[in-house]
Design a protein around this ligand. Structure first.
Ligand SMILES: C[S@@+](CC[C@H](N)C(=O)[O-])C[C@H]1O[C@@H](n2cnc3c(N)ncnc32)[C@H](O)[C@@H]1O
Ligand code: SF4
Ligand code: SF4
Length: 337
């Protein structure tokens, strides 16, 4: 799955902490004032020391990119986020950050921009609307603060992208948001069609103040918008079907996942899942052997289950997550417009 002769492109969850409370996020209990779901959130994080120990000068020469995103938190909520970005970019690694961007001071963002201009790095600002609509989904964030942070960051010359999840309540503002993005110097504007409604036509949630609201899917899809952005990204051709009809995104991109507890997994979709536990159990492997705090990262990646176990599971049709995500390609769709 992962090979040492290709550069690694990591996906890392720095923390499960977050300032926001997006109703459809797995960390949020949307039925209870959008408070953190404590059956999932442990309030933990990776530290600079974890990166110094594993992302050494030598190892960083084999890493092209580190994507700081994750499943349960916002990278900016990790205490050492800035120091970790400094550590990686000083060693030639490109970093990308996905964030709601409402945390930290403009001074912090200027510092981040300075680190990010060292390497091909960028920030994905996840802003789903304008001042009146963004906080309907990005609960507990301030649009004014997000825009001030983005302006401070962009002023350093570092690369910024505006990512926008389409809902019924923000679909009428796409053109205006795009114009603002362009005016501010964002280099790319990306629309996201979410799959999180499933077959439902609404998603009910309780706001922090106790009031009830519902989200509705957008009536438009991302592909239907036209823009004047210069950087148009061509649709990627569908990959050729691999083992058992599955084209493993992580294997193609040599992209291991590390969660905020230090555990290494094949990807964010399988991380912590029953399927992952079963695959490891079946092979007599303990999960603690895949933690960068117990064993060097380079050694973890060179051993099972990342050598042949997953491929065998695909061939046997044994992993429903893999079949869904990388067989039937049931994922959010993104359109750079
Ligand atoms: C858990 S977040 C972690 C990163 C960061 N906190 C953020 O929100 O950008 C992981 C990703 O899920 C995305 N996300 C949140 N709600 C979503 C939704 N309803 N549909 C699709 N993606 C969603 C975020 O925009 C982000 O790209
Ligand atoms: S900002 Fe990201 S981590 Fe935080 S609640 Fe929203 S989607 Fe989840
Ligand atoms: S879901 Fe399975 S096939 Fe897809 S990236 Fe993850 S491990 Fe690979």
């Amino acid at each position: 799955m992962f090979t040492q002769d290709r550069p690694y492109s990591f996906h890392i969850e720095l923390t499960d902490k977050c300032n926001a409370a997006c109703p459809m996020c797995p960390r949020t209990d949307h039925t209870n004032h959008c408070t953190p779901d404590l059956s999932k959130v442990q309030n933990i994080e990776l530290s600079l020391a974890d990166f110094q120990a594993n992302f050494t000068d030598d190892f960083c020469r084999r890493v092209s990119e580190v994507d700081l995103c994750g499943s349960l938190g916002d990278p900016l909520a990790a205490r050492d986020c800035l120091a970790i970005c400094d550590h990686l970019t000083a060693r030639g690694v490109g970093v990308s950050i996905s964030t709601n961007a409402s945390l930290r001071s403009t001074k912090w963002w200027t510092e981040l921009g300075r680190h990010f201009t060292r390497t091909p790095s960028h920030v994905e600002f996840h802003i789903d609307g304008l001042a009146d609509t963004n906080p309907l989904y990005r609960i507990n964030t301030s649009f004014e603060k997000i825009i001030a942070n983005a302006a401070a960051y962009i002023a350093t010359g570092a690369r910024a992208e505006w990512h926008y999840i389409l809902f019924r309540h923000n679909e009428h503002q796409v053109t205006e948001a795009q114009a603002l993005a362009k005016e501010m110097g964002f280099r790319k504007f990306v629309l996201i069609d979410t799959i999180r409604f499933g077959a439902r036509d609404r998603f009910d949630y309780q706001l922090p103040n106790g009031a009830y609201r519902s989200l509705q899917p957008s009536a438009c899809d991302g592909a239907s918008f036209q823009t004047g952005f210069a950087e148009r990204v061509a649709e990627a051709p569908p990959p050729a079907a691999g083992d058992g009809g599955i084209v493993c995104k992580s294997a193609v991109q040599n992209r291991p996942y590390i969660n905020c507890g230090g555990y290494v997994s094949a990807c964010c979709w399988t991380a912590g899942s029953n399927e992952e536990l079963l695959t490891l159990d079946h092979a007599g492997l303990r999960r603690s052997a895949f933690n960068i705090r117990h064993r060097p990262l380079s050694e973890i990646l060179a051993a099972e289950p990342f050598v042949g176990l997953f491929e065998r599971a695909w061939l046997g049709g044994a992993n429903p997550i893999c079949q869904r995500k990388c067989g039937q390609m049931i994922r959010n769709k993104r359109y750079a417009v």
